[in-house]
Design a protein around this ligand. Structure first.
Ligand code: PLP
Length: 427
């Protein structure tokens, strides 16, 4: 494949944008090489500026669950654009999407729209702190909840990719209120609660982690978190920015039958436009401004274009009784067939999968926390990534990310993907 135009565009971007990109993981720094500049996307495919096409397993990092530029969502956007881009005033549409979500997701009574997953998580912990009148939160190593200060401590995703999970610029004062635990290690959680009695406002978790690669909660981990939070008057926050409307319509809450006190959303909820949200019971959400004292706001919150794209996307998913079965089955096939090919090649690996999220770790052992994810063979992953790319398959450019499977991946895309895996050579 030729990447001439992408290379030239990257050189130009580098002069004006820090590192040439507006979000670090796009820079291909961990896998090496030049990032590819995209110009269009349709269904399962991306087309770059050199006219190469790729089967997309990133799907804009999750939002494009229907595949790219879905015609019905596009139509909604066109209709809305005719009426106005942004009003900065309430619209009926905001109530419509809020009502639709609340009626179809377990255990939430009010929802506040924001413009990103970062904002959703940042606001959720502020609300948890305001509600409980406590300062400390517990987060898990390798989980990523966006780039607000409290979370950039042993964070996953791009922060892990660049070996910078604790970002400079986060003050010690902020860091001291973020307590860390290993994913799937309930004893550590018990210790933290013992040593910080009456001080923990909330435990925040990706109920299925996708930012250290895909890592699943084991045994009764989520149920145990629910129990210990109840025993200690702390809130349990599910960060469902990745898992919401993806693992099930009601996300991990529905799938694992565990109720969180606050839930954050992003990605799918915006149908490809910049949206996040956080939600919970009345008793907690009533503490938000303007009703309560916990301040939170946004110029573009509830933006009509974003709400249209989000609502249409959610309606398409909800109205298709076979939706989750279908994307889960495609993901299961990928897992099974990739595993078979790698076994035939004698390449040690572990594939983690839940619903339509999965990761291939080049590891001899199972991966159930950040340490184990770090111990995978990332050099081999990088090699795999580049060979897949050359063969027209666009995987996340880091071993610390999850693949997001879209409904646009059909048998022919599966066949082409597996053919690319068969061509994988390693030494
Ligand atoms: N929470 C999780 C679980 C995420 O995966 C992400 C982003 O990938 C975020 C929060 C932050 O969302 P955003 O990038 O929209 O700010």
């Amino acid at each position: 494949m030729k990447y001439q135009r992408s290379s030239a565009l990257f050189d130009e971007a580098y002069k004006y944008i820090p590192g040439g990109v507006n979000s670090p993981v796009r820079a291909f720094k961990s896998v090496g090489g030049t990032p590819i500049f995209m110009k269009s996307a349709k269904g399962a495919y991306l087309t770059d500026e050199d006219n190469n096409t790729y089967i997309d397993y990133i799907n804009s990092w999750g939002p494009a669950i229907l595949g790219h530029t879905h015609p019905e969502v596009l139509e909604e956007l066109k209709l809305q654009a005719e009426k106005g881009f942004s009003f900065g005033a309430p619209t009926e549409l905001e109530t419509e999407i809020a009502k639709f979500i609340i009626e179809n997701v377990p255990n939430i009574e009010q929802i506040r729209m924001v413009s990103s997953g970062t904002e959703a998580c940042m606001s959720a912990i502020r609300l948890a702190r305001g509600y409980t009148k406590r300062d400390k939160i517990i987060k898990f190593e390798g989980c990523y909840h966006g780039h607000s200060d409290s979370f950039l401590i042993k964070a996953g995703s791009g922060a892990a990719t660049f070996g910078n999970p604790n970002s400079p610029g986060v003050t010690q004062g902020t860091a001291k209120d973020t307590l860390l635990a290993k994913y799937n290690d309930f004893e550590q959680i018990q210790d933290l609660f013992r040593h910080n009695q009456g001080e923990i406002a909330a435990v925040i978790i990706e109920p299925v982690a996708g930012n250290m690669g895909c890592v699943l909660p084991e045994n009764d981990f989520l149920q145990n978190l629910r129990k210990i939070c109840d025993e200690n008057g702390s809130l349990l926050i599910f960060d469902e920015v990745m898992t919401g409307f993806r693992l099930a319509f009601g996300g991990a809450q529905e799938l694992y039958n565990v109720k969180a006190d606050l839930v954050t959303y992003g990605k799918v909820i915006g149908g490809g436009l910049p949206v996040g949200a956080f939600a919970g019971r009345n008793e907690i959400m009533d503490h938000l401004a303007p009703k309560g004292g916990v301040y939170q706001a946004g110029t573009l919150s509830g933006n009509p274009l974003a709400m249209r794209a989000g609502l249409k996307t959610l309606q398409i998913i909800k109205n298709d009784p076979n939706f989750f079965n279908r994307i889960n089955k495609v993901t299961e096939t990928l897992d099974f067939e990739i595993g078979k090919i790698l076994n035939e090649k004698g390449i040690a690996h572990k594939i983690n999968r839940k619903g339509s999220m999965m990761s291939v770790f080049f590891h001899i052992h199972s991966v159930s926390n950040f340490d184990e994810a770090q111990n995978a063979n990332h050099a081999l992953f990088n090699n795999f990534f580049h060979q897949m790319l050359t063969n027209g398959v666009y995987l996340p450019p880091s071993g610390y990310e999850t693949y997001f499977i879209s409904d646009a991946i059909k048998d022919s895309e599966l066949d082409m993907t597996l053919e690319a895996v068969r061509k994988f050579e390693y030494s």
